[in-house]
Design a binder for this molecule. Structure first.
Ligand code: AMP
Ligand code: MG
Length: 344
């Protein structure tokens, strides 16, 4: 299949490109498009055959549910049994935005593969001009996971989607680099106390200001839970080819580690803030300015993906504080590293 790369920026009239994408959706095809978090691979969420194409293109396990994207808040009532008070408050405060709300799904409205064997659906109204214009023109919900091959870091640039899915999907809408860089926060509001199933751009602190106490299981707690709440939790994620090890943002520790690894004939890629650029790694990919968490989340996946273009045999990635969006960054880094820290 030939994959078209169509530009959709604000500076020229791209109406035709939107029309083309909408036509593809209406004819049961999948199209990749930018959101404010990462690029998504969309299909009309009520069209079972179209939704199946998402799983095929991504190589995604069929029991991993998809988030449904909508263009207006009014649509929520079509897909869920009821809208809890907490959900209403969240929608008002954070939509459109990087927050997915998990609610009880209405039976037989969405394609079965969107919520494989589940009683719930994750809904989100994205805050990106391209995603919103697509949804509002189409007037249908779009099931859209991240537009990468399953297991790889999510795409934050159209070129990342191209590298993973070229030849497998008919069209990629290129709207430039995504802003936030990590996926949406997934909040389960079906329980007595809301639970963060996946940390993201809307932080625990932000949520608690609006809805009070929120539970957030850490990496270890998620691992020991026998039945993960979000099926996505049990799959490898965000992983480049070479093994990733976490390390503190400490120049001396990093220099020691590099020396040791290079003595063992390793080729080392270092992912760290810009001020570590002068240490002697074989490859260096920047997380932006030190202490600028937003820069780190925006560059994280690009840096992880860049390692696959090198002959690095090991990747060291510096960690950050678990505060604000740092929680989401650490969640992705821990998954990319499988929880491993560098130890001499
Ligand atoms: P992705 O679209 O690849 O960013 O992954 C979507 C993730 O959202 C899944 O892997 C789940 O962790 C979560 N998710 C989506 N729908 C549900 C749901 N109904 N219940 C719980 N988690 C969900
Ligand atoms: Mg994903």
């Amino acid at each position: 299949m030939e994959t078209l790369l169509l530009t959709v920026d604000e500076f020229v009239d791209n109406s035709e490109n939107y029309t083309q994408a909408v036509n593809w959706f209406n004819s049961g095809e999948v199209v990749a498009f930018p959101t404010e978090t990462v690029y998504g691979l969309g299909a009309v969420a009520t069209d079972e055959q179209a939704v199946k194409k998402i799983f095929a293109a991504k190589g995604r396990p069929s029991d991993n549910p998809l988030i449904v994207h909508i263009g207006t808040m009014e649509e929520v009532a079509r897909y869920v049994v009821d809208i809890p008070e907490i959900a209403k408050k969240c929608m008002e405060a954070f939509w459109p935005g990087p927050l997915t709300l998990v609610m009880k799904v209405k039976p037989n409205v969405l394609a079965a593969s969107v919520t494989p064997g589940m009683q719930t659906v994750g809904l989100r109204m994205p805050n990106h001009p391209v995603a919103l214009r697509l949804l509002q023109t189409l007037k249908k919900p779009l099931a859209a996971p991240s537009a990468n091959r399953s297991g790889k870091p999510s795409p934050t640039k159209a070129m990342h989607v191209w590298e993973d899915l070229q030849g497998l999907i008919p069209c990629i809408l290129d709207g430039g680099m995504t802003g936030i860089g990590v996926e949406s926060t997934v909040l389960d509001v079906t329980l007595a106390q809301p639970v963060i199933l996946r940390p993201g751009g809307v932080t625990k602190e932000m949520l608690e200001q609006v809805i009070g106490p929120v539970l957030e299981p850490n990496f270890e707690q998620q691992k020991i839970e026998s039945t993960p709440k979000a099926p996505g939790m049990k799959y490898t994620h965000y992983a480049p080819n070479a093994p990733v090890y976490l390390i503190a943002q400490d120049k001396q520790q990093i220099e020691c580690a590099l020396e040791e690894l290079q003595q063992q004939q390793h080729t080392v890629a270092l992912l760290a803030p810009q001020n570590f650029a002068n240490v002697k790694a074989d490859y260096f990919f920047s997380f932006g300015d030190e202490h600028e968490l937003e820069q780190m989340s925006a560059t994280l996946y690009d840096a992880l993906r860049a390692c696959d273009k090198t002959n690095a045999t090991i990747i060291l990635a510096t960690v950050t504080e678990r505060k604000g969006v740092g929680t989401a960054i650490m969640n992705r880094l821990e998954k990319a590293a499988g929880g491993k820290w560098y130890q001499r």
